[in-house]
Design a protein around this ligand. Structure first.
Ligand SMILES: Cc1cc2nc3c(=O)[nH]c(=O)nc-3n(C[C@H](O)[C@H](O)[C@H](O)COP(=O)(O)OP(=O)(O)OC[C@H]3O[C@@H](n4cnc5c(N)ncnc54)[C@H](O)[C@@H]3O)c2cc1C
Length: 394
C-alpha cells in the first residue's frame, strides 16, 4: 500500500551534499527553519569510512572540529623536478566521511522534526504546490526537495563534448618505520607510468608511519583494481624502498569523479532541485566538490530563511567554465603535454595562487599571469577546437 507523508523539506541522498544541507538547516539562525519538518532518505544511513574529502580554506568553515588532518606544505613532482611550498594564505585539510556523517546524523537523531528513512529512491515529480519523492517504501511529499541521489532526467542526453573521469584506488597503510612527513601532502607525483592516461600518486601522510596513497588517473576508462594496486606497490618500492612486509594495508578507498563539460540541470522539476555531484557541483578540471557543496547549502539556507525560492546557479562563472573546458580538452587530446603544463604551473606559481585559482577566486589579471606562465600552443589549440562552446556560453 502506498504511504504518503508531508514534510516541509525532503533531503533525498544523505552523502556530502544532503548532510551539508541538513546541517545548515539544523543550525539556521531562524527558529522556524531549525524546526522545519525534514525527511532525510538514503539507501543507507550508517556512516562509513569510504571517502576522505580534502579541501582548503582561508577563513573559518563549518565542522572545523571534524578536520582529521591539516597540511601546511604541499608538493608536486613532475619530470624529476620537485616543487614544494609552504602555504601562507591557505591550509589543506581532510575530513573523513565517517566523522562527518556521524556528527550530522547524531544531531538529526536528537531532533524530533527530522525523520530518517532508509529506502531506495526511485524518482521525483511535482504536483500543485508540492513535490513528490517516490521510493521503495512509498511516496512522500514536501514543499521542497533537494536531491543528490539520482541523475536527473535528460542527464544522458545533455551535450557533452569532453568526458573524462578522475578515477583512483588508494591504500591507507602503516609502515614499520617512520618515513613520511605529516606536515606535507603530495598533491601530484607524476613520475609514474603514464601509459593509461595522465596518472599520478596522491599522498596524504597522517603520521610518520601512516599515509593514504592514491593511484589516480585523468582518463576516459577505468583500470582494474589490480592495475591501480600494482602501481601503488611499485611506487612504494621505487620511492620508499618498501617491500610488501614493510607495511600493513589498513583500509582501501576507491572513487570515480566525473570530469566533463556537461551542462548540468539544477532543477529536476518544479520544487525539486539537483544538488551535489548530480547537480553539477564537481569542478570539471579537478574533481574538487566538497567546498562548493557547503557554499551551495549556505545559499539555499539564505533563500529559505528569506522565504524565497532557492535559485541554484551554475557552480562556475563563464570565465572559469571556459578555463575548465580548455584544460579538459588538453587532458583528453594531449595527455603527454598535460604533465608538462602541470609542471610549469607548479614551477612558476605559488601553491597559494594555484589554490586561489582552483577555488575560482582569482582576478582576471591574476589569471592572465597564470596562463602566461604555461606553454601557450596547447591552449590556442583548445580555444580553436572548443570555440563553438566558448561562443555559446561554455
Ligand atoms: C572516494 C572519493 C573521494 C573524494 N574526495 C574528494 C576530495 O578530496 N575533495 C573534494 O572536493 N571532492 C572529493 N570527492 C568528490 C565529491 O566531493 C564526493 O563525491 C562527494 O561525496 C559528493 O557528494 P554528493 O552528496 O553529491 O554524493 P554522495 O556523497 O555520493 O551522496 C549521494 C548519496 O545518495 C545516495 N543514493 C544514491 N542512489 C540512491 C538511491 N537510488 N536511493 C537512495 N539513496 C541513494 C547514496 O547512498 C549517497 O549517500 C571524492 C569522491 C569520492 C568518490
Amino acid at each position: 500500500m502506498q504511504k504518503t507523508a508531508d514534510y516541509d523539506i525532503i533531503i533525498a541522498g544523505a552523502g556530502a551534499a544532503g548532510l551539508s544541507l541538513l546541517w545548515h538547516l539544523l543550525n539556521s539562525r531562524s527558529e522556524q527553519i531549525r524546526n522545519t519538518s525534514i525527511l532525510v532518505a538514503d539507501l543507507s544511513l550508517t556512516p562509513s569510512n569510504d571517502k576522505t574529502w580534502c579541501f582548503w580554506d582561508t577563513e573559518s568553515m563549518p565542522f572545523s572540529d571534524l578536520v582529521h588532518h591539516t597540511w601546511n606544505r604541499l608538493e608536486v613532482k613532475a619530470h624529476g623536478q620537485l616543487f614544494s611550498g609552504e602555504l601562507k594564505h591557505h591550509k589543506y585539510h581532510c575530513m573523513r566521511s565517517v566523522d562527518y556523517a556521524e556528527r550530522i546524523l547524531n544531531l538529526a537523531g536528537a531532533r524530533n522534526n527530522v525523520t530518517l528513512l532508509e529506502t531506495g529512491i526511485k524518482g521525483f515529480s511535482s504536483k500543485n504546490e508540492g513535490a513528490l519523492m517516490e521510493t521503495e517504501k512509498g511516496t512522500y511529499s514536501a514543499t521542497w526537495i533537494f536531491q543528490s541521489a539520482l541523475k536527473p532526467p535528460g542527464f544522458d542526453r545533455a551535450r557533452v563534448d569532453i568526458s573524462l573521469m578522475q578515477h583512483f584506488l588508494g591504500w591507507e597503510i602503516e609502515t614499520n618505520t617512520p618515513l613520511f612527513d605529516p606536515e606535507k601532502a603530495t598533491l601530484m607525483d607524476f613520475d609514474i607510468d603514464q601509459d593509461n592516461g595522465v596518472a599520478f600518486m596522491y599522498l596524504l601522510p597522517f603520521t610518520e608511519k601512516k599515509v593514504l596513497i592514491e593511484h589516480t588517473l585523468f582518463s576516459p576508462s577505468l583500470l582494474t583494481d589490480e592495475q591501480y594496486e600494482r602501481g601503488i606497490r611499485t611506487y612504494l618500492k621505487n620511492v620508499y624502498h618498501l617491500q610488501e612486509d614493510d607495511y600493513t594495508i589498513r583500509r582501501k578507498e576507491k572513487g570515480v569523479i566525473p570530469m566533463e563539460d556537461r551542462r548540468y540541470s539544477t532543477e529536476w522539476c518544479d520544487r525539486v532541485f539537483n544538488t551535489g555531484t548530480v547537480g553539477g557541483l564537481t569542478k570539471p578540471s579537478t574533481g574538487y566538490t566538497f567546498t562548493r557543496i557547503h557554499r551551495q547549502s549556505a545559499d539555499i539556507l539564505e533563500a529559505l530563511e528569506k522565504n524565497q525560492k532557492p535559485v541554484l546557479d551554475q557552480a562556475s562563472g563563464y570565465r572559469f567554465r571556459v578555463y575548465d573546458m580548455m584544460l579538459l580538452h588538453i587532458l583528453e587530446t594531449h595527455p603527454g603535454i598535460s604533465v608538462k603544463i602541470f609542471r610549469e604551473l607548479f614551477k612558476r606559481n605559488t601553491f597559494d595562487r594555484i589554490l586561489q585559482f582552483l577555488e575560482e577566486k582569482t582576478s582576471l589579471h591574476q589569471e592572465v599571469a597564470i596562463f602566461a606562465s604555461l606553454p601557450y600552443m596547447p591552449f590556442f589549440r583548445a580555444i580553436w577546437n572548443t570555440k563553438q562552446r566558448i561562443l555559446t556560453g561554455a
